[in-house]
Write a protein that binds this ligand. Structure first.
Ligand code: KIV
Length: 294
């Protein structure tokens, strides 16, 4: 099975004739198999795990062990997948506080995700992350950057707010992106920035940009599994396009099951296992009143 590699993804610049990159998040083995069957290029085990799977308010609740647990599940799903086409590149997201203390700890944590099955890691932040990025790349682990609305900085940003709206902020974002690329990032996620800023950054870089809430001029797009499929209905940012309403379909299916159980319609005869005639007859003979010492 051919796997999409980091060099292949790095070369996918739309202005150089590359097809736009398609990335989706996944958190478990079934999601991974679906993503492969759908033909996506990259699967991100995002720290959105915290919100869409584990029920936290923001992404700050997940640990490196949580992430490794889910990276392992997604890796096993991709390995077991019998879908045709190249296997997507598996990106493991480094959670908050896994790369914020020492460079050594960051490298060790990146290695934990690789040992769980990731082929590269993603981390948030600009120029101040350069030493960490260089050290991880030096350990032969490819790094994807993440700029703009970086959810791990929710408190520092004062909420989930679109970034880079002003002239100076836009140029700073472009320069931060250039610093990440120079430090060795093979691709950069741009989240929650005006489309003009994403265009500016995309034009300034030789590595691909992958947008979420960043307009159509990036070299690729990423959406969260639960948003794309309509499982997440508590909030709906404007950049989310829902391609299905599986949350509503799941509720409808479970309600139908509950109604069938309560009405005695489930299970049906052909959904039950049956005794042979001989055993059934013996049981009928000895039945509930039969020999109790057997
Ligand atoms: O954690 C995540 O799912 C992400 C994407 C939104 C890019 O970082």
């Amino acid at each position: 099975m051919r796997t999409l590699t980091v060099p292949a993804i790095r070369a996918r610049k739309v202005r150089d004739g590359g097809d736009p990159l398609v990335m989706v998040t996944a958190y478990d083995a079934p999601g991974a198999r679906q993503a492969h069957a759908a033909g996506v290029d990259l699967v991100l085990v995002g720290d959105t795990l915290a919100m869409v799977v584990l029920g936290y308010e923001d992404t700050l609740g997940v640990t490196i062990d949580d992430m490794a647990h889910h990276v392992g599940a997604v890796h096993r799903g991709l390995v077991a997948s019998d879908a045709e086409g190249p296997r997507p590149l598996l990106v493991g997201d480094m959670p908050w506080m896994s790369y914020h203390t020492t460079v050594d700890e960051a490298v060790r944590n990146a290695a934990t995700l690789v040992r769980a099955g990731a082929q590269c890691v993603k981390l948030e932040g600009g120029r101040k992350r350069v030493p960490v990025i260089e050290a991880i790349v030096d350990a032969e682990i490819p790094v994807m950057g993440h700029l703009g609305l970086t959810p791990q900085s929710v408190h520092a940003m004062g909420g989930f707010k679109v970034q880079g709206r002003q002239y100076d902020a836009a140029l700073t974002l472009r320069d931060e992106a250039k610093a990440l690329a120079a430090a060795g990032c093979f691709a950069i996620v741009l989240e929650g920035v005006p489309d003009g800023v994403a265009r500016l950054v995309t034009e300034a870089l030789d590595v691909p940009t992958i947008g979420i809430g960043a307009g159509r001029d990036c070299d690729g797009q990423v959406l969260v599994y639960h948003d794309l499929l309509g499982f997440e209905d508590r909030m709906r940012p404007k950049f989310v396009r829902r391609y299905a309403e599986l949350g509503a379909a799941a509720v409808e299916a479970m309600a139908a099951y509950a109604a069938d159980v309560r009405a005695g319609r489930f299970p049906a005869d052909d959904e039950s296992y049956h005794l042979s005639a001989e055993v059934a007859e013996s049981l009928a003979l000895y039945g509930a009143a039969g020999p109790s010492d057997r």
